[in-house]
Design a protein. Structure first.
Length: 236
């Protein structure tokens, strides 16, 4: 099964898209987060990707109440990330109705803690792996770590995570197409299922991603928000 997953990025209670993760390069959208989630569901989406951008930057849950409201008012399988650094944060979102919780920066700053959380909540934790020039980025993509992408993927192979969301930051929000070559590299090194993120423009990109072994889904943000009247075409 391959999932096409629309994305809602939250910044200061609004739906936004960043270009290559730059907080100063923001496109804002008029839709309320809950109304947009319901619209995705009505058009055929089964799963939803939500990122608390304030949380990712600040290292704490900022939009927790709003995300809980979306969980409680839709039947979507929701994966949520941004600022999740503790067991309590994971508990909050799973108790709120999220299907999966995304942990990103913690796998770089404290791998043992992140791996233990993945063991505690088996198959409920998704690793968010965001890379730029083959190095892993953290803290809302503001910092490029010294960790190589392939090293983190190899480390994640030893954990009890559900899957990996891999984002090529250079492609995110650019509408230039996904990095197929990099996706092949990540998928070939990973023992976990991969969800691709960044650069998807249209259904042809989705089909290209779908052909890569181990890639079980793709996240679409700007392409859907830029063509909101025709979003159902992505889910058929």
């Amino acid at each position: 099964m391959f999932d096409v997953i629309p994305a809602i990025d939250l910044l200061n209670d609004s739906v936004v898209r960043l270009k290559q993760g730059h907080y100063e390069d923001v496109t804002s959208y008029k839709y309320s987060p809950l109304d947009l989630a319901k619209r995705f569901e009505d058009q055929g989406a089964k799963r939803l990707h939500i990122v608390d951008l304030n949380g990712a930057r600040d290292g704490r849950l900022v939009h927790a109440g709003l995300i809980k409201k979306i969980c409680n008012h839709t039947n979507l399988k929701i994966e949520v990330g941004g600022g999740i650094r503790s067991v309590d944060s994971v508990h909050y979102y799973l108790d709120a109705g999220a299907s999966y919780v995304i942990i990103g920066s913690l796998f770089v700053s404290n791998f043992d803690l992140a791996a233990s959380i993945a063991t505690m909540f088996q198959k409920k934790i998704i690793a968010g792996v965001d890379a730029k020039s083959n190095f892993v980025a953290t803290d809302g993509w503001r910092h490029k770590s010294s960790m190589l992408l392939t090293d983190l993927i190899n480390n994640l192979n030893t954990t009890e995570i559900h899957s990996i969301i891999y984002t090529d930051i250079s492609k995110d929000g650019m509408m230039l197409g996904p990095n197929i070559e990099s996706l092949h590299t990540v998928a070939s090194n990973s023992k976990k299922s991969i969800i691709a993120s960044g650069g998807v423009r249209h259904k042809k990109d989705v089909q290209d991603i779908k052909e890569i072994k181990k890639v079980k889904g793709c996240i679409i943000g700007k392409a859907i928000l830029s063509n909101i009247e025709n979003i159902s075409s992505f889910f058929v």
